[in-house]
Design a protein around this ligand. Structure first.
Ligand SMILES: [Zn+2]
Length: 216
């Protein structure tokens, strides 16, 4: 099992790790800071011992990350058992953390305004996040009010907690004030770090409403 440092310390952008497996260009490590696509959050960008990582794949189900496999740009010069340096793109990680936390909080203010809705999908990229809702309503009408409440809340500086599931230690929970949801992503520790955000409604056809979240 890969030790996930990105859960213990999401601000860490460098680490050394031991190589536990190599198959062609595919590599596994004993521990890592390099996040692999999970719960809609994009993978980090970065290198393992100077070689670019092309894809990072989580092995496990849903929000539960067991192992991570990295596919490198070329076959590695290192061997199983070697110590390697893992480095990730700090700016990208920070944007992903801010937008992921903002997406969760925006969900609660959105359903507070429009009522409970089914989430059809979500995605957290470094430029923007999006949440797709199943709704017959036009979520554009009243979105300014949601945006204002969201920004006021962010500025108040609420702590964001990450806790592990008692039965499944690799299943992580996200908590902020009275809200709690399962989430395997990376998050900032306080809402104030996010700054201000803008919400945009995009229509995606019948009964599908997309809300985009942008950092200001
Ligand atoms: Zn999440």
């Amino acid at each position: 099992m890969t030790q996930k440092i990105f859960w213990e310390d999401p601000y860490q952008v460098e680490c050394t790790a031991k190589v536990t497996s190599i198959e062609g260009k595919k590599v596994k490590l004993d521990k890592t800071i390099f996040f692999a696509f999970c719960g809609g959050q994009e993978s980090d960008s970065g290198t393992i011992d100077g070689i670019n990582v092309v894809t990072a794949t989580k092995l496990g189900d849903k929000e539960n990350i067991i192992d991570i496999e990295y596919e490198l740009e070329k076959e590695p010069h290192f061997a199983v058992g070697d110590e390697v340096k893992v480095v990730i793109d700090k700016e990208k990680r920070l944007s992903l953390m801010k937008l992921h936390s903002a997406a969760h909080i925006s969900y609660y203010f959105t359903i507070e305004k429009f009522g409970k809705m089914r989430i059809l999908g979500s995605n957290i990229a470094p430029q923007k996040a999006r949440v797709d809702y199943e709704s017959e309503k036009n979520l554009g009408e009243g979105l300014e009010e949601v945006e204002k409440k969201l920004n006021d809340f962010l500025a108040e500086g609420h702590d964001i907690l990450r806790t592990a599931d008692e039965k499944l230690p690799d299943l992580k929970w996200w908590q902020c004030e009275g809200w709690k949801m399962p989430c395997g992503g990376t998050h900032v520790r306080n809402t104030r770090e996010i700054g201000r955000v803008r919400l945009r409604r995009i229509t995606k056809g019948q009964s599908k409403e997309r809300i985009e979240i942008h950092l200001e």
